[in-house]
Design a binder for this molecule. Structure first.
Ligand SMILES: Cc1cc2nc3c(=O)[nH]c(=O)nc-3n(C[C@H](O)[C@H](O)[C@H](O)COP(=O)(O)O)c2cc1C
Length: 195
C-alpha cells in the first residue's frame, strides 16, 4: 500500500527556506513511492482562531480543506520557521483550526491521532530553527501524532542554496531526504503491524 504524506511549511514567504527544505525532505519520501500532498499555506488563508468566530461562522472552509487532506494522509511532514525562538503563528493557527470539528462533525483531533510526523527547519541563523522545533514538537505530540526521532535543522540557510534553489551541500541534501525516507519507513512498518 502506498503511503500518503501531508507536507506543510509554516511560511508563506515566496522564497521560503522552510518550503525549500520541506521539498527536499518530501523528495526522499516520494523516491520511496509515497504520495505527497503539498499544502502551501498561502493558498489557504484563514482568520486567527477565536471561539466567538467559530461559534458564529464555524470552521473556515480552508481549514476544512486541509482537514480533508489530513484524512487522506498516513503521516505528516512539517517544516517550521523560527520567530523569536518559537514556531510561527500561521502554523499554530492552522493546527488549531484543523483540530476542531470536521465537516462530518467528528473531532478534528482524530485526523492526527497515531500518525507519524517528522519536523525539519531552516533559518538564516546558525541554529537553523532548532528552538522552534522544540516548541512545535510539544504541540504535535499533544495532537496525538507520533514524532519520529529523525529531524534536521538547516542553519545559515541564506547561503545554503544555489541560484537554481537546490542545496549546495549534497550531504545536507542527503540528511534532509533521509528524514522523508524515515517517515515513510516508519509509517509502512506501522501499517504492516496493524493489518
Ligand atoms: C518576527 C521574526 C522573528 C525571527 N526570529 C528568529 C529567531 O528567533 N531565530 C532565527 O533563527 N531566525 C529568526 N527570524 C528569521 C527567520 O528565520 C527568517 O525570516 C526565515 O527566512 C523565516 O523562514 P522562511 O524563509 O521559511 O520564511 C525571525 C524572523 C522574523 C520575521
Amino acid at each position: 500500500m502506498s503511503t500518503t504524506i501531508l507536507a506543510i511549511a509554516g511560511s508563506t514567504r515566496r522564497d521560503s527556506f522552510n518550503q525549500k527544505v520541506l521539498d527536499v525532505a518530501a523528495s526522499g519520501a516520494s523516491a520511496l513511492g509515497a504520495r505527497v500532498l503539498d499544502v502551501r499555506l498561502a493558498d489557504y488563508p484563514m482568520p486567527i482562531y477565536d471561539a466567538e468566530s467559530e461559534g458564529t461562522s464555524g470552521v473556515p472552509e480552508n481549514a476544512l480543506r486541509i482537514q480533508d487532506m489530513l484524512a487522506e494522509s498516513d503521516a505528516i511532514l512539517i517544516a517550521s520557521p523560527e520567530y523569536n525562538g518559537g514556531y510561527t503563528p500561521i502554523l499554530k493557527n492552522t493546527l488549531d483550526w484543523c483540530s476542531r470539528a470536521t465537516r462530518a462533525g467528528t473531532p478534528g483531533l482524530t485526523l492526527f491521532a497515531n500518525k507519524p510526523v517528522a519536523v525539519v527547519s531552516a533559518s538564516p541563523g546558525p541554529l537553523g530553527g532548532a528552538k522552534a522545533q522544540i516548541g512545535i514538537k510539544i504541540v504535535l505530540e499533544r495532537l496525538g501524532l507520533i514524532l519520529i526521532p529523525q529531524s534536521f535543522s538547516l542553519g545559515l540557510a541564506a547561503s545554503a542554496f544555489n541560484e537554481q534553489g537546490t542545496l549546495k551541500d549534497k550531504d545536507v541534501e542527503k540528511l534532509l531526504r533521509a528524514v522523508g525516507e524515515s517517515l515513510v519507513g516508519l509509517t509502512s512498518k506501522l501499517h504492516t503491524a496493524t493489518v
